[in-house]
Design a protein around this ligand. Structure first.
Ligand code: HEM
Ligand code: HEM
Length: 432
């Protein structure tokens, strides 16, 4: 009887899981180091956001006179209110980090190539939706941090040629962040974006299965298939429980930030964009806003979206880093990116302020075209060097340049977040 019950239960579990997984999977595809479970973690975090978000909605009121008070009530008068808010805050942060790492893992295992190229694009749109979800949520507490972070980030839109000002006014429903911005952000945050996320995620998962599951390295040996339950499902359980534990630890020990009530007449110093836009804010310290806020980000997004459609000479094998020399070159690119980014930031800050030195030129040239040409020349010189040193194929070179750019962006983000203090001057984190 007992045996029969257990069997029934396990059949019920497999029936549910088979909507997500096939009956059997390749043994290699479920090894932890193939995916690190990152896609699954992202999906779980989104579920956590949905559950905690719905709970927050019971108390939150999206009006400037009430929003801040509703957060205070949540903290002080609602059982576990602060904890729920903290969980929502931290899983939002982890979601961005984990989706970013998932993108890196997909890229470095070559899983962006055919037949997975559409999923690369869908993934990029999912990433954008995750960022917008975080950004629209950022405004909701209506404290000084929220108000001014949204004000500076949306002001970057102004530098888009021709349509910039109107676009900014459209996004914030006026000339400055106001009651209407709050209600529009709230509607996007709690209705529009969640629906889009759900639909696209379902499509993303379907495409993973359609492409024959997670990419595995190609070899002549016959592949060994193992039943999904329990082999994969148990591993997923361990990853999920560990992630939940980490989020809970953060939520218990570190509160989501809440400064004073928003005051449109008194700006914070420094006024920082939310951390996922800090890389762009740091670029703005070194380039003319048209370049930092528009041209460079747009060019990078387009290049990254088109990576699968470049004319790659070889079909990728699903091996990490394409090959051994690909790996060595990628490592060197990462180290170079760390060094050169720090050096250029320091030089520009303390020695070569082109806008001041070449004050007779238009800032578009002195602070835009000239520094951009310098950066492009450095990248060009470096790619020639590694191509010759490691005898790289085109695909390996693309990989190294991707690593170089992503690492630079991470360093810019860290500099802006931890090393910029009052008046956005460079300083040490302990002086912030
Ligand atoms: C991917 C999905 C989501 C992300 C990344 C996200 C992120 C965020 C962030 C960063 C905040 C600001 C929290 C803070 O003060 O630090 C926030 C607030 C909020 N979110 Fe979400 N959220 C998501 C989904 C949802 C959903 C589905 C709902 C409800 C249906 C929701 C409801 C709320 C509410 C009511 C607030 C205001 C309360 C507060 O600031 O703590 N969120 N969200
Ligand atoms: C909300 C965000 C996302 C979720 C929930 C998600 C979820 C998943 C899951 C569960 C898998 C299969 C297992 C794994 O690789 O861990 C997967 C695979 C994949 N994802 Fe994502 N993903 C997201 C964002 C992205 C992004 C930003 C990209 C890249 C731009 C991307 C591209 C892919 C590709 C190409 C595959 C197939 C990988 C392979 O066959 O090895 N995804 N995703």
């Amino acid at each position: 009887m007992n045996n029969q019950n257990t069997e029934k239960k396990s059949r019920a579990i497999s029936n549910i899981l088979l909507h997500l997984h096939p009956v059997a999977v390749n043994e290699e595809s479920i090894s932890f180091t193939r995916t690190f479970g990152l896609g699954g973690m992202a999906a779980l975090l989104i579920v956590i956001q949905f559950i905690t978000g719905i709970l927050l909605r019971f108390y939150y009121e999206p009006f400037p006179q009430k929003a801040y008070d509703s957060i205070l009530i949540l903290h002080n008068n609602v059982l576990f209110g602060q904890l729920i808010r903290n969980i929502h805050h931290w899983s939002g942060v982890f979601l961005v980090l984990i989706v970013f790492l998932h993108l890196i893992r997909v890229f470095l295992t070559g899983a962006y190539q055919s037949p997975r190229q559409i999923n690369w694009i869908i993934g990029l749109i999912l990433f954008a939706l995750v960022i917008f979800s975080n950004f629209t949520g950022y405004l909701l507490p209506w404290d000084q941090l929220a108000y001014w972070a949204v004000t500076v980030s949306t002001s970057i839109l102004q530098y888009i040629p021709l349509a910039g000002n109107s676009l900014r006014e459209f996004v914030i429903s006026g000339t400055e962040v106001n009651a209407e911005t709050l209600i529009v952000f709230y509607t996007f945050h709690t209705a529009v974006l969640p629906i889009l996320l759900l639909l696209l995620m379902a499509y993303h998962f379907w495409r993973v299965r359609k492409s024959g599951g997670v990419i595995i390295s190609r070899s002549n040996e016959p592949k060994k298939m193992v039943p999904t339950y329990p082999n994969l499902v148990y591993k997923e359980g361990v990853v999920a429980l560990t992630l939940i534990a980490v989020i809970l630890v953060f939520a218990v020990f570190f509160n989501a930030p809440l400064l004073e009530r928003a005051n449109p007449g008194f700006s914070l110093n420094p006024t920082k964009a939310p951390w996922y836009f800090a890389g762009i804010q740091e670029l703005l310290m070194h380039f003319h806003p048209f370049f930092a806020g528009f041209l460079i980000p747009l060019a990078l997004i387009v290049l990254i979206a088109f990576i699968p459609f470049f004319k790659h000479e070889e079909e990728l094998t699903g091996m990490w880093f394409v090959s051994e020399k690909g790996k060595k070159s990628a490592k060197l690119s990462a180290v170079f990116a760390v060094a050169i980014t720090i050096i250029l930031v320091l030089l520009n800050e303390y020695l070569f302020n082109f806008e001041a030195i070449l004050s007779w030129l238009s800032p578009v040239i002195s602070n835009g075209i000239i520094p951009l040409l310098i950066v492009l020349a450095i990248i060009w010189g470096f790619s020639k060097y590694i191509r010759r040193k490691f005898k790289l194929s085109f695909t390996e070179l693309v990989q190294s340049l991707f690593v170089l750019i992503v690492t630079s962006f991470v360093i810019l983000t860290l500099i802006n977040t931890f090393f910029r203090g009052i008046n956005m001057q460079l300083t040490f984190p302990w002086n912030l």
